[in-house]
Design a protein around this ligand. Structure first.
Ligand code: AGP
Length: 367
């Protein structure tokens, strides 16, 4: 397949912009739009009712998608999830139940650590599921059941659209698991699916923040360290925000659970450290807002990403990016967009090689 940048300066910019479309397309494979219920693609039907636990493993950005999914599977399906980065999974020697499900998440389907974990789980008698973007890849071929993301070819080394498509698939699987395990009623399922199919429209709206984010990038380009904070499912998005910025701008960044700040990292905060706070106005907002005050009191430059209600309840910030209001469940898909744009524009401002950052490869085929 030949892909070009079209009107965009970089593949990464194109791939960020494509998200409403490719997430929408991925969702059409997992949602029956007529009934408003989850319907898994042909050949990918899986019954979650008999599982005791679910094991998830992946690397980098795909691992962060797995971290979000843990919240969803545990909440909507009451299914305990074991998750670890693929390069560590085996060394923990986690007790695995033969016949249980191990779910690998990978854009390329060729990542050596993820493949090694897949083979380890298979040797322990587990069934293998794979959320994969490249259908002809080794991981797709070796899995028992493939849950495809249809993000299309992703060229930028920094993963963007593959990540949000992984989230879309995992959200659908968690709802299906909730139905299979009789945790979700038909009405619950309908409500969750309705919020999921709103996502492409909300993502498209969120992309309108780009000019504002571009202006912010010049301030970020001057920073030596950036912190990202989030609570609940915003925590893995904070980790992803920090990884994106590190990868392409080479600025040191760390993501933390907002509540963990006072256990150490707050020592780093001064007026030169931008602190990106991801805080949708949900049941966790107030707690995150109080962590934000702790940062403000130490002179930290807060960049708050929230919705209109959150903006109205927040104190003073260095900048506030207002994303559209979404159901709490789908907020990770929406909040992924501004953190991608922030990393992208900071890197462009600094003049780095955005699509081919130093020292990195698109798929890591050595352990
Ligand atoms: C993301 O921006 C990275 N470049 C990297 O962390 C990537 O997500 C990781 O290497 C996993 O790759 P995969 O999804 O192809 O398995």
């Amino acid at each position: 397949v030949v892909v070009d940048k079209g009107q965009y300066r970089h593949f990464m910019a194109k791939e960020i912009a494509e998200q409403p479309e490719v997430v929408g397309h991925t969702l059409t494979r997992f949602v029956d739009m007529t009934s408003g219920r989850i319907s898994l693609p042909a050949g990918a039907d899986f019954d979650f009712s008999r599982l005791d636990r679910l094991a998830i493993s992946a690397c980098g950005t795909a691992y962060y998608a797995g971290l979000v999914a843990r919240y969803w599977f545990e909440k909507f399906a009451r299914l305990p999830v074991d998750i670890d980065i693929a390069s560590e999974f085996r060394y923990r020697e986690p007790p695995l139940t033969p016949g249980g499900l191990a779910l690998m998440i990978s854009q390329s389907g060729e990542t050596a650590d993820t493949l090694a974990t897949l083979r380890h789980c298979r040797a322990q008698g587990m069934k293998i599921g794979a959320v994969v973007n490249v259908p002809t890849s080794t991981i797709a071929r070796e899995a028992d059941v493939v849950f495809p993301t249809t993000a299309g070819v992703e060229v930028g080394v920094a993963s963007t659209k593959a990540f949000t498509c992984q989230l879309a698939v995992l959200a659908a699987l968690a709802i299906k698991a909730g139905r299979d395990r009789k945790v979700l009623s038909e009405a619950d399922e309908a409500r969750l699916v309705a919020s999921l199919i709103e996502v492409p429209r909300l993502m498209a709206e969120t992309l309108h923040l780009e000019p504002e984010i571009e202006k912010l990038a010049s301030a970020f380009a001057k920073a030596q360290d950036v912190l990202y904070l989030g609570r609940g499912t915003s925590y893995p998005i904070a980790l992803e925000g920090a990884l994106k910025l590190k990868e392409i701008s080479y600025i040191h960044a760390e993501g933390y659970a907002a509540g963990e700040l006072k256990h150490g990292p707050i020592a780093l905060v001064d007026e030169n450290v931008p602190v990106v706070v991801l805080a949708p106005f949900d049941v966790l907002f107030e707690k995150t807002a109080s962590n934000m005050q702790e940062v403000a009191a130490r002179g930290g430059k807060i960049v708050l990403i929230t919705d209109a209600e959150g903006a109205a309840h927040a104190g003073e910030t260095f900048a506030t990016l207002v994303v559209p209001k979404a159901y709490a469940f789908v907020s990770p898909l929406i909040y992924a967009v501004p953190i991608q744009l922030l990393a992208y524009h900071t890197a462009v401002f600094m003049g780095t090689d955005v699509d081919q950052p130093r020292n990195l490869a698109k798929s890591v085929t050595v352990e």
